[in-house]
Design a protein around this ligand. Structure first.
Ligand code: ADP
Ligand code: ZN
Length: 740
């Protein structure tokens, strides 16, 4: 049997497991139940996909949304996994086909909606197949506490009764205490092991700034940081969604609206476009969320704060599922705070519930105005401790200046008191600044003792002070009274000088937003796309990906994730075996797409030459070790192409791959792979390629005898990394030739 790691590499084209994936997979392979709590983008899907492939029989996955099922099935099929779904979108004939495949052992994974999963007829059908496992995705839907409650989920414990020997998984990204308990109780998971990786999304960079002119601030943020990428903008109301979508479009940013006031067809169409297209911004209310698993959403922007820390974490979490750098950006004002509070109090919820909601809102507001590391605050809210500041949020990157605001706070609060606790922040600021408008004069507010005492701060600063006082709970916002500010018990503590107050100085602009063209993990701190020429290649590759996606009618990210394209730019692979090393290139995608992408890269190189500081292509995995070098299924003769002959000719003359690389404007790794083929075909002697002593060669050959020649890594390690993979590859070619 293949190992999980082999499946990960050959089927999915990834190098290693992330988080606790490996543990979960081993646990399930051993036949035990698992409750998997991982944040969005944590890689939950592989936890059931790989055991479904490896265990005998078919994995059954219960998923709440048709869109999610379709997306997963498309992706799996593209990697050569036998996957299908059964749901109401299928015709009778299509369903019949799937059921037949299922009963004849023709499926590795089947996705179904919860309604169908618990139907007696369907359970009988399942009893006739072999079940590898049952996975319950988005398991928080079982809980009434959450916002995605699906009553059918509560019946899913039927599987533990009907199929007691089949291991089960429940997976979710949103499990606070009560939700977790509901999952365990309703789904019968009390014997399951819990695998939790916490809440952190390290690739997301958080920014919060005061809002003055929200839409323009948003536009600036997008233009400066993500001009040609996909993102989501959240707004509080349907009207504002329509407004902002139209406005952005007018300003040259492709944007679509999404909210519950649109027809179901319109919503579906816009969501479909967001998934299928690139460089598209979705402006939406919170109605847009579940089922959106586009991995390359590069930013999530809020033009009003959400209602709680949980909502903030969940909504921002839709950025950067692919683990490349992403931004969570927000601008908010005192007006938003007032609106949110009014919304809570004007709703029909019972009083008790309103109080809870208000507390949740206050927790978020307090966090937005605090000057310390945002990630630490966010994680602390979920009970998770981050020992040091993260270095990847605005407060860490540009520590805000704070100032002792006790005097300013006293002036601001006393101003509320002197004017009779009946006015909003705008008028209050006018009074502090000694304004002479009609309202002030007619109310006689030019006579109060706080009139004109605030000239040491600007209007913006006073607005910020009132906002921060509200966020810190040092004054009350009168809910029914249209934003009227009032004093509370804590205000009096400040007024009586029993409490000091610190404010942060507002900063504008998202300085240090996540890099425009994302960095590749492992490629040091280097941008993959650095020069205009890189940009040209990246765009060409994107266009090719979009074209293929169109031909196959799937979203572009299912052809290759962004990271694969970025690696193509960074390493400029020219040979099939190099291409096979790229992130996300499994066996199936290698066969389907390598040719076209290599052609595109080749065309670019012919037109532009090769940059001289290309990093070497990492040697990560070996797709297939048959044939001359590796991964090439052509016969040896077919592999000796014109370009290989040319390298061989030059190597015979100068015995120096580095020199040949320079001469031919090719990468050294390319020359070495040509050399491998030349050596395998007997066209070269080893001394044409490597300058090693007889002793050294014998030692290396001995290691190949001991470790076998299927993989280079064991030999590389055994020799303490003294010889590069390229050199070892050449020696292996000779060892193999001798063997034959
Ligand atoms: P979740 O369901 O937890 O939100 P997914 O299963 O959708 O996360 O995975 C998020 C992204 O990470 C996907 O694009 C997936 O292909 C990628 N991914 C998952 N596991 C790995 C891995 N071991 N190595 C590299 N990428 C991975
Ligand atoms: Zn931080």
């Amino acid at each position: 049997m293949q190992t999980p790691l082999e499946i990960l590499r050959t089927v999915f084209g990834f190098d290693s497991f992330i988080g606790r994936q490996a543990e979960v997979i081993d646990h399930v392979l051993a036949g035990s139940d698992a409750l998997v709590l991982m944040p969005t983008g944590g890689g939950k899907s592989l936890c059931y996909q790989i055991p479904s492939i490896l265990r005998p029989g078919m994995g059954l996955v219960v998923s709440p949304l048709i869109a999610l099922m379709q997306d997963q099935v498309r992706g799996l099929v593209r990697n050569g996994v036998r996957a299908a779904y059964l749901n109401s979108a299928l015709s009778g004939a299509e369903s019949y086909e799937v059921e037949r495949a299922m009963c004849s052992g023709g499926l590795d994974i089947l996705f179904v909606a919860p309604e169908r999963a618990v139907r007696p007829g369907f359970l009988d059908l399942l009893a006739q197949c072999r079940l590898a496992l049952v996975a319950i995705d988005e398991a928080h839907c079982v809980s009434q506490w959450g916002h995605d409650f699906r009553p059918e989920y509560t019946q899913l414990d039927v599987f533990s009764q009907r199929f007691p020997d089949v291991p089960r998984l429940a997976l979710t990204a949103t499990a606070d205490g009560p939700t977790k308990n509901d999952i365990i109780r309703h789904l019968g998971f009390d014997r399951a092991r819990i695998f939790s990786t916490g809440y952190d999304r390290p690739n997301i960079r958080y920014h919060v700034q005061p809002k003055y002119d929200g839409q323009n601030q948003l536009l600036r943020f997008i233009k400066e940081n993500h001009p040609d990428e996909s993102g989501i903008v959240y707004r509080l109301s349907r009207k504002k969604v329509d407004q902002t979508a139209a406005w952005l479009s007018k300003k040259g940013i492709r944007a679509l609206p999404y909210h519950a006031g649109m027809s179901a067809d319109q919503r579906r169409a816009n969501q479909e476009r967001f998934m299928l297209e690139e460089k598209l911004v979705m402006v939406a209310t919170i109605a847009f969320g579940m089922g959106v698993d586009k991995p390359n959403v590069r930013f999530v922007a809020h033009l009003e704060p959400p209602k709680s820390v949980e909502a903030y974490h969940q909504e921002t979490g839709r950025a950067g599922r692919d683990s490349l750098p992403a931004d969570a950006w927000m601008a908010f004002s005192l007006g938003d705070v007032i609106t949110l509070r009014q919304m809570i109090f004007s709703g029909d919820a019972p009083q008790q519930r309103k109080i809870v909601e208000l507390e949740k809102l206050n927790a978020l507001l307090g966090m937005l105005d605090a000057p310390t590391c945002r990630r630490q605050m966010l994680l602390a809210y979920f009970g998770q401790e981050l020992p040091a500041p993260c270095g990847n949020c605005d407060n860490c990157l540009n520590p805000p200046e704070t100032f002792d605001g006790t005097i300013a706070a006293q002036k601001a609060l006393s101003n509320i008191f002197r004017t009779g606790q009946g006015f909003g922040a705008g008028h209050l600021t006018d009074v502090l600044l000694g304004g002479k408008n009609e309202r002030i004069l007619s109310l006689g507010h030019d006579k109060v003792s706080t009139y004109g005492i605030g000239s040491e701060h600007t209007r913006k600063e006073w607005q910020s002070i009132y906002r921060q006082l509200a966020a810190q709970g040092l004054l009350d916002v009168d809910i029914e009274g249209f934003g009227v500010l009032k004093l509370n018990a804590r205000s009096w503590e400040v007024l009586r000088s029993r409490q000091t107050v610190a404010f942060r100085k507002d900063q504008e602009g998202a300085r240090g937003a996540a890099s425009k063209k994302s960095r590749i993990a492992g490629l040091a701190e280097q941008d993959a796309v650095r020069t205009p020429e890189d940009e040209t290649l990246f765009e060409a590759l994107r266009a090719l990906r979009l074209q293929i996606a169109g031909e196959e009618n799937v979203p572009p990210y299912q052809i290759f994730p962004d990271r694969t394209l970025l690696e193509m730019v960074a390493y400029r692979p020219q040979l099939t075996e190099e291409f096979a090393q790229l992130f996300g290139v499994g066996r199936m995608k290698f066969e389907r797409y390598s040719q076209r992408f290599l052609e595109a890269i080749g065309t670019h190189i012919r037109a532009n030459g090769l940059p001289d500081d290309l990093p070497p292509m990492p040697q990560r995995r070996e797709i297939d070790t048959k044939g001359g070098c590796n991964g090439d299924e052509r016969t040896l003769e077919e592999q000796i192409t014109e370009t290989v002959r040319e390298s061989v000719r030059l190597l015979r003359a100068c015995h120096d791959p580095q020199q040949v690389a320079k001469e031919r404007c090719l990468q050294e790794s390319t020359i070495y792979s040509h050399a491998c083929k030349g050596l395998a075909a007997g066209m070269l002697r080893l001394s044409d390629v490597v300058a090693l002593s007889e002793d050294e060669l014998q030692q290396i050959e001995e290691q190949f005898r001991q470790c076998g020649d299927a993989y280079l890594k064991p030999v590389y390690d055994a020799l303490d990394g003294r010889y590069s993979y390229a050199v070892l590859g050449c020696i292996r070619a000779c060892v193999r030739r001798k063997k034959d």
